[in-house]
Design a protein around this ligand. Sequence first.
Ligand code: XMP
Length: 507
Amino acid sequence: MDKILVVDFGSQYTHLIARRVRSIGVYSEVIPPESIEDSLDDAVKGVILSGGPMSVYEESSPKISREVLLGIGKPILGICYGHQLISHILGGSVSIQESGEYGISRFYISRSHPLFDGLPDSFIVWMSHRDGVVEPPPGFDSLGYTDITRIAAMADDRRGIYTLQFHPEVVHTEYGLKILENFVLGICGCERGWDPVISLKRFLEEHSGCEGGAIVAVSGGIDSTVTAVILREIFGDRLYPVFIDTGLLRSGEGEWVESLFQSLGFKNLLVVEASELFLEELRGVVDPEEKRRIISRLYRDLLKIVASELPDIRYMGQGTLYPDRVESGATSRYADKIKSHHNIIEEAGLGLKILEPLKDLYKDEVRILARHLGLPDEVVSRHPFPGPGLAIRIVGEVTPEKLELLRRVDDIVYEELVASGLYDRYWQFFPVLLSVKSVGIRGDHRHYGYIVAIRGVESLDAMTARFARPDWDFLERLSTRILNEVDGVSRVVYDISNKPPATIEYE
Ligand code: XMP
């Protein structure tokens, strides 16, 4: 099967490049820069150098040598940092620009090129850089520019090296996928031959001989449910799904999980009631990472206890996805850690081997698998809900009272979303309780209550997100119901932050 390698220089978008290539139907792997030479087997038809947070001039920034770069001997596409690095290595000049260029920009093609086949003369691109190529290296021609960046794309056709300052992998770049297709199918000549179901088959083949039993923590979300269904193929009745009620869940979540697993034919779901423990340990804690650490530790300890009480448990399944690993800084030593995702539990000290059948997949690929495995629509289209639950949707200290308040608001938001037919339009749409109070008026009386922020986003993979734009009447219905029905909330605000720079969850 043809393969495209994506060399990871630490960009938040690195895995997105691989994901996009796979969505074209071509297998793609992410590798660190030091593995380039070892990874160049016959299947590799092209190499993409990712973006990264550093400057090519920084001493500690990740680099590859001229020999390694030119030794690749297959078409190369450099993106953002990759574009600058290629220029730097091959004798061009890169320096800090007068102005940074972050977000949306218009790119103008100055020279037609196979990379831009089928594209208009100018289009919108997603930029995120301060450095820029000022002088292309010998042998390179500039292919296009923006109002801020003079050389926003370049090519050396003789050596088969192409570079882009913008990010074709990000959905906000118009024709981004077409550019990647032009590179992968056109320039590299790859044959299509990959889809997520193939990755599942490979996982099952590789693990068919696993002995002993396994546990998997489940939440009713798509990732852990798909993981449980996959692991059941390997372990049968020796797989125990474990549902831990942390007390940080939305209302009705426990009953939903029990009925879901019953309908999926699981007979050995274990329910661990641990609300008091979680709330006790979270008391007085306001730091988001501290909250995440505590929840993660308790989760891990409880799973360890559960595993020790079951017969011959040797494995633990986790529904970790690519983005979880990316954002936890688990995939690259060059990437910055944004948040520690609680659903990544390390093997060390647990005494169990970790199985992560979804670790290389993105959410939309998991949805493809979920449909393939026959999971019900309500699981497939369910909005993601973070492992740490409402604890990271209550800014500041988590208390039983705040949880109760947020659950009531959350019920209203969910009901209204479904009633308006908007649920499936958004990636996520939920309320957040800000732990600040504001003055309001109720029936001629002063009312001093919490502020609720409504956060809605559109996204394809949670790596980038655009704030949702429902109509004002819908938002007014939400705010009216929340303010009328939930005593203790004095004000409702709507969040208009995109990711980046904001994240989807508040903590
Ligand atoms: P952020 O807030 O990082 O979220 O933009 C990206 C996506 O991940 C979800 N999320 C989590 N999921 N454990 C999870 O299973 C976590 O700790 C966690 N934190 C964030 C978030 O809901 C969004 O879909």
